[in-house]
Design a protein around this ligand. Structure first.
Ligand code: PFF
Length: 457
């Protein structure tokens, strides 16, 4: 496996490879998006489809992306120039840049809510188990345009400063130490939630599937969530792959990241749904679900306020890890394609662009609630454009390239680290899925989701 450039800085240790990749994957997707989407789409049946999408599409795409990135040792766009004959493949990279922008536009808004909740929790504004009060606090926060924008821009400024200051490594180290604490905190909330009187109803909702709830839309949403969760289909994992060591076992690392990520999502679900049913929240409450139910769980336990502050601080830190990896895609693109564009300049450009793109997303819960594109407010439009169209389309192209065009022998050499790993069976299974199963599933689900096919009658 001759990598064109081997002199690139990369992850120094095997553990570093794993935690950095996990740092990009774990974020608001697990703690905020997974529970609210599961709540909106009927619980266990959605969870089941999401798990299938992760195994049959997410994991193979992730392995393919890391494989191509490590081979080319380059960013999300130049990788295509190095591995593919036709320049048209660079469009896949370009679509990744657009996806990164679309995600950041709403992600920074939600990250702003988390930072805002750190303050609200410290001031004792969230000590309630009453759904009406919790809803009121959340509703007042998101519909206030000025404070929402101030928090969003504050988040953008913070992430840009970290990138410009070159302290990304320091932050990654911090994230690495704090992530296990977030994990422990989640377990604490789970235990509290599971001991609530009506916990059983929440667990039944999460784990006992009702297949009548499966619709074409739900399947598309579950697939989109699988892409969003693993940060795939848009070049982030390709860029991370370029920092992978040559002796890293790519299929194994990807599988571990996927399993750890899934565990965090499940813990978030177990923390939230018992509380939803116990206190009478609405499972389909939408993006506010986390912000209403988690305070209720903490409010009903000893030292709850302190735990609540710690929980939101750790969640805020997890969002920074994910945002750093999101920023990296457009920053790397601009640094390398615009003339005389330093990293600093690229970061400022991206931050200003995001500050502007993010405004309509943030105002979607207030003054711009009635402004619709394709029937969606800006917040949902950015979300669905990235998760349901750009990332799956990018993932489809990545599968097709890795499975059919890159060359099966080259795939085998790369994934076995030049035959030093004895993982032939794993590679054969990977090739089978990435060639036939993943592309077909993505295609069917996308066509169905876009209304061009009707799989569910
Ligand atoms: N995977 C992140 C999360 O679940 O919060 C979101 C994300 C990060 C998506 C980086 C895409 C990406 F490139």
């Amino acid at each position: 496996m001759a990598a064109p450039h081997c002199d690139r800085e990369g992850f120094a240790t095997k553990l570093g490879v794993l935690t950095a990749t996990l740092g990009s994957a774990v974020g608001l997707g697990n703690i905020w998006k997974f529970p609210y989407m599961t709540g909106e789409h009927g619980g266990a049946a959605f969870l089941l489809i999401y798990i299938l999408a992760t195994l049959l599409v997410g994991l193979p795409v992730m392995i393919s992306e890391i494989l191509l990135g490590r081979y080319a040792r380059s960013n999300a766009i130049s990788t295509w120039r190095k591995v593919a004959r036709s320049k048209a493949w660079m469009l896949v990279g370009a679509s990744g840049v657009v996806a990164a922008f679309a995600i950041m536009a709403f992600y920074t808004d939600v990250a702003g809510w988390v930072f805002n909740y750190v303050i609200k929790a410290s001031m004792g504004d969230l000590n309630t188990t009453d759904p009406a009060v919790a809803e009121g606090v959340f509703g007042a926060m998101v519909s206030n345009p000025w404070s929402s924008l101030a928090f969003q821009w504050g988040v953008l400024a913070l992430v840009s400063t970290i990138i410009i200051g070159g302290v990304t490594k320091g932050i990654e180290k911090t994230t690495k130490t704090l992530m296990p604490i977030l994990f422990v905190m989640l377990v604490v909330v789970c235990i509290r939630s599971l001991t609530l009187p009506k916990a059983g109803e929440g667990l039944a909702f999460l784990f006992s599937p009702d297949f009548s709830k499966i619709t074409g839309e739900a399947v598309l949403m579950a697939l989109g969530l699988a892409f969003f969760k693993l940060s795939i289909g848009m070049g982030t994992m390709m860029t991370y792959g370029s920092y992978f060591r040559q002796d890293a076992n790519v299929p194994l690392v990807a599988t571990r990241v996927m399993l750890a990520d899934l565990t965090v999502s499940l813990l978030a679900g177990i923390a939230i749904f018992p509380a939803v049913f116990n206190y009478g929240f609405e499972a389909a409450a939408g993006p506010g679900l986390l912000f209403m139910t988690i305070p209720a769980v903490f409010s009903s336990m000893p030292m709850g306020q302190l735990f609540m502050v710690v929980f939101f601080v750790l969640t805020a830190i997890a969002t920074i890890g994910a945002m750093l990896s999101l920023f990296e895609v457009p920053v790397a693109f601009f640094t390398e394609t615009l003339k005389d564009c330093s990293r600093r300049k690229a970061t400022i450009l991206v931050a200003i662009g995001l500050g502007l793109c993010g405004v309509p997303a943030t105002l979607s819960f207030g003054p711009m609630a009635d402004v619709k594109i394709f029937g969606l407010n800006f917040f949902d439009f950015y979300d669905q454009l990235s998760s349901n169209i750009l990332m799956p389309a990018g993932g489809l192209m990545i599968c097709l390239f890795a499975g059919w065009l890159f060359g099966q022998e080259k795939v085998k050499e790369c994934l076995s680290n030049n035959n030093s790993l004895h993982n032939g069976a794993v590679i054969s299974l990977f090739l089978l899925i990435v060639r036939y199963v993943s592309p077909l599933l993505v295609l069917l689900v996308m066509l169905n989701g876009l209304g061009l096919l009707d799989l569910f009658g």
